[in-house]
Design a protein around this ligand. Structure first.
Ligand SMILES: [Zn+2]
Length: 233
């Protein structure tokens, strides 16, 4: 079990560094968690910059948020992470970012429309806005559950992005694609009218991604490659 936790801790650190490298967060803002079994979740600590974060800084909690191991305080957004895990049994990793373009949508409180194929495949549709509540509160967690529903990304009003997935590399990819789409839509609106995808095409692409593309891709990967999976198609 210790080896398993060590492996998961290392994966979280690598993901956190990648998240910072992609400029999806600044300083110690944002957070990452990983559900390693039905009763154990590892989450990043509060207030430690990602380039200084060590495996021993990560915090192991149970599904009620009780600290099982770790010397640091867990991220202040722990209630949000726990609420998502309790609601969505398919989710095993959560990445929360403060990226610039997506946060711009969150500030004007406009959802990010499902207008590009990679986004609709990995998110499942529109990136909706969770109603505003103060960070770290149970109210924010409740608002996120409503807006997230069965999709894989949500905007937090005047705050940032939450991406969820079955795997940590995919949860980060969700946040990266939300940011890329937000940037594309802002530029597209400068050029002309944004043309949406039909609901039927979105459903078709999402189903293909979940039922054929992702399982086929996973079959080709070893567990190590899987942990370090990049975004190439
Ligand atoms: Zn935040």
């Amino acid at each position: 079990m210790t080896d398993t936790i060590d492996h998961h801790q290392q994966t979280i650190i690598e993901t956190a560094l990648q998240m910072a490298k992609e400029r999806l967060v600044f300083g110690s803002w944002g957070n990452i968690s990983l559900r390693i079994d039905t009763e154990k979740i590892i989450i990043t600590p509060s207030g430690i910059d990602y380039d200084k974060m060590q495996c021993e800084d990560l915090v192991l909690v149970d599904s009620a948020g009780t600290i099982l191991a770790g010397n640091q305080r867990p991220s202040s957004e722990l209630p949000l992470h726990l609420a998502i895990y309790n609601q969505r049994q398919d989710v095993h990793a959560i990445v929360h970012t403060h990226s610039i373009y997506a946060t711009s949508f969150a500030i004007v409180r406009q959802p990010i429309p499902p207008v590009v194929e990679d986004l609709v495949q990995i998110v499942g549709g529109t990136v909706e806005i969770a109603e505003y509540a103060l960070p770290g509160t149970d109210e924010l967690a409740r608002n996120v559950l409503v807006a997230l529903a069965d999709r894989n990304a949500v905007l937090l009003a005047n705050h940032g992005v939450v991406g969820v997935a079955a795997e940590i590399t995919e949860a980060l990819k969700v946040c990266s694609l939300v940011e890329k789409t937000a940037q594309s839509v802002i530029f597209a609106r400068l050029l002309g009218d944004v043309v949406g995808l039909s609901h039927r095409d979105i459903e078709t692409m999402r189903t293909f991604y979940c039922e054929e593309y992702r399982p086929r891709k996973r079959d080709k990967l070893t567990p190590i490659e899987d942990a370090g999976e990049k975004t190439n198609e």
